[in-house]
Structures are given as C-alpha cells and as structure tokens.
Ligand binder design. Structure first.
Ligand SMILES: *Cc1c(COP(=O)(O)O)cnc(C)c1O
Length: 386
C-alpha cells in the first residue's frame, strides 16, 4: 500500500461497513462505563469476573509499584526477571496443576513463542478453522505445514494427522472459541494427540478463571500433562494483562532458550505480577463470581430462546447472536447503544463472511437488573426467526 493509496482504501472499508474505529473509555472497566461522554451498561469486555477494577488488585498493584518500581527495565534473560515474576509463575503453575509456567506480556506473544519454537519447516501444525488470529499468525510465521481442519471436526483432523509425513506435529485449538463461545472437545483431541504423537496446544484465553472452578479448561476436562501445552491470558477473567504458558519444566526451559517473542522483549512490569497473585487469590476464594456469571448466562439464553432469537451452543460468558449482514449488525448495535447498552458488532474478517454478529459478553459485575433491561431491549429489537 503506497501512501497515496490510503485514502481510497479507507473509503472502500467504509463502503463495505468494515471500517473500524476506537471509542474513548472514560471510566475504569466495569459493568457501567462512560464511553465518548455517555454512560452505558457494557456487554463488550472480557472482564468476566469483574476483577479489572477490583480494590484488591488495585491495592496489590499500588503496593508493588512502591516496592518494585514501574518499569521492568530489561528482558527476562538480561536483567528483568524479578522475584515477583517468579512467584507469580509458581503460583500459576500450582493453580493449574502444571509442572511449570512462564509469564508473557501478552497472549499474542505467548502464542508466537510456543508455536514458532516447537515447529518449523518440515513439521506440521493442525489448527481449528475458528482459532484466534494470534494462533494463525504464529502458524504462518513458523513456516511449518499449516493445515486447518473444519471447526471441531475430529474426523477431518484425524485424516490430516494420518496423512502427514511430518516428524513433529502440533494440534492447536482455542479451548473456548472467542467469537462463538463454544468449546473444543479437549479429551478427544488429547486421545488423537497421543495416538499420533503430536503436541496438543490449547489456548484457554476465555476458559481460565471461568471454567474448572477457575483453574481452566484443561483442569476441568482432566487432561494429562504429557504432550500438553497450556496457554491462558491474564487480561481477561484475571483482570490484569499478559499471559502464561504452562507445561513441563523442560518445555519452559526450551521456550526461555528459543522463543524469540520471549527473549527479545522487555519483561512485563513487575507490579503486574503482584496483581496476578492478588487475582489468583480472588479467583480461588470467590466462587460466587462464577455462580453469578453462570446464572446470567442461563437467564440470557432462556429469555432470548423464548423470544425466538437464535443462539449458538455456548455455556460460557461469550453469547453471540448471529445477524448475518455487516450493515444489519451495525444497525442493531447502534439501536442498543441508543438505549444505553454497549454491545459490539463483530464483522469479517474477525468472523467468517456473512456471519456478522452481536457478541455479548457477560460478567460477574453485571446486576440482574442490568441484564434484564438489556434483554428487554434485544427482544424488542431483533426480529424473531422461530
Ligand atoms: C485475547 C486472546 C488472545 C490474545 O491475548 P492478549 O493477551 O490479548 O494478547 C489469544 N487467544 C485468544 C483465544 C484470545 O481471545
């Protein structure tokens, strides 16, 4: 793209209803937010447990800033690996029943690390069609043979596994699909991974904190550790930022020695590791957050179902309503906004063409009243197809 072509390209995005813009958040993340000067009940964040603005996390972070300062100052291998990072890694590994864990500044970087340091030219990676973009980018960057199987279609996956000549194989899935809210069949995927001697890499960005009493999808499904690589982000249910990769000690040692997105980047500010520790305590000690969230999910599904609004099969806080056309999804989002609800319209290329949707996300921070008034509005606005 040349500089002189930008304006035509941007105009084209606008004409296709694909132009994206950011909005100004003027309050902390919570159920009630001020955006561009107006107050909304938000159904857009991934702050599933309502921890992003929790006093315990704020206090832990403030105290840690006083203790450790602000900047990490160097990469982990040079001079940026603080004692508090180490403590958080050990706590995360113990919490998820894994031998070891490694902190990253973002889930995007963690996914690059795992995939590019374990598979390369001549190897093969098998990825679900609906995987998160960060996983797909990592697969491309790895230069391994990148094979995508139909969403949750294990027969298709097994055909690809059986046919590959590659020596190192990796199966890569989201545990909870970020735009659909449904889940990967982890137990069966692990059986295939064992049968074909492949790594099973699961991205639990939306399961950690929520499923398995907060310990995530791998714990909930009782997966064994052999060939398993677990990744979860800390900026969603945990309410902080960053991510971790969990697995064997050897796996972590290999990542530390070979993952470029770990080696060539400055360590996450140490105070955020203290926030992670505070968050883990709340995730463990306050199951009411998940219970309330579950009630909200049940109520939303019941009301929309009764009204004939089609839902996808999801028991998670991600509850999309497929609309189809970009324009129509934008229009509905605008109507909800008008009534004081912030609900994002998700369009291609984030989701497949023709499946533009309202992506509702629920949080333990929502009150029953907030949810009921959203549902009243949605039932009135969305044409029933039942
Ligand atoms: C959000 C997300 C990521 C990226 O994590 P960040 O910490 O935001 O970079 C990776 N995978 C999935 C499935 C996600 O939803």
């Amino acid at each position: 793209m040349r500089a002189q072509d930008l304006s035509a390209a941007l105009l084209e995005l606008q004409q296709q209803h694909r132009f994206r813009q950011r909005h100004l958040l003027q309050t902390p993340q919570s159920a009630q937010v001020m955006i561009d000067g107006k107050s909304y009940v938000g159904f857009a964040s991934n702050d599933y447990l309502g921890l992003a603005n929790h006093p315990a996390l704020i206090e832990a972070t403030a105290a840690a800033v006083s203790r450790w300062g602000v900047g990490g100052g160097a990469s982990h291998l040079v001079a940026g690996h603080f004692a508090i990072h180490e403590e958080a890694e050990q706590a995360l590994a113990a919490f998820c029943g894994l031998e070891a864990a490694l902190l990253f500044s973002s889930g995007y970087a963690a996914n690059q690390a795992v995939i590019t340091s374990l598979v390369g030219r001549g190897d093969a990676v098998f990825a679900d069609k609906l995987n998160h973009a960060s996983l797909n980018d990592a697969c491309l960057l790895s230069r391994a043979d990148f094979r995508r199987f139909r969403h949750n279609d294990l027969t298709h996956l097994e055909q690809l596994l059986a046919a590959t000549p590659a020596r190192t194989r990796m199966i890569v899935v989201d545990a909870v699909y970020s735009m659909d809210g449904d889940e990967a069949p982890l137990k069966k995927l692990q059986q295939l991974a064992d049968k074909y001697d492949a790594w099973l890499f699961i991205d639990d960005a939306h399961g950690f904190g929520v499923l398995g009493e907060g310990r995530g999808s791998a714990v909930e499904q009782g997966l064994h550790e052999e060939r398993l690589i677990y990744m979860a982000t800390l900026g969603k249910a945990a309410g902080v930022a960053g991510a971790f990769v969990g697995g064997s000690q050897q796996l972590v040692a290999w990542l530390v020695n070979s993952a470029r997105s770990y080696i060539y980047t400055t360590a996450q500010p140490p105070a955020l590791a203290a926030a992670v520790l505070a968050s883990l305590q709340l995730i463990a000690a306050e199951p009411w957050r998940r219970q309330h969230l579950q009630q909200c999910v049940g109520r939303l599904r019941q009301r929309l179902d009764e009204a004939g609004v089609p839902l996808l099969p999801s028991r998670t806080p991600i509850q999309p309503v497929i609309i189809g056309k970009n324009e129509q999804a934008l229009l509905l989002a605008a109507q909800l906004k008008e009534r004081g609800f912030w609900v994002p319209a998700i369009r291609p290329p984030t989701v497949p063409e023709g499946t533009a949707r309202l992506r509702l996300t629920l949080s333990a921070a929502h009150t029953q009243d907030q949810l009921e008034s959203l549902l009243d509005c949605m039932v009135a606005a969305i044409p029933s197809r039942g």
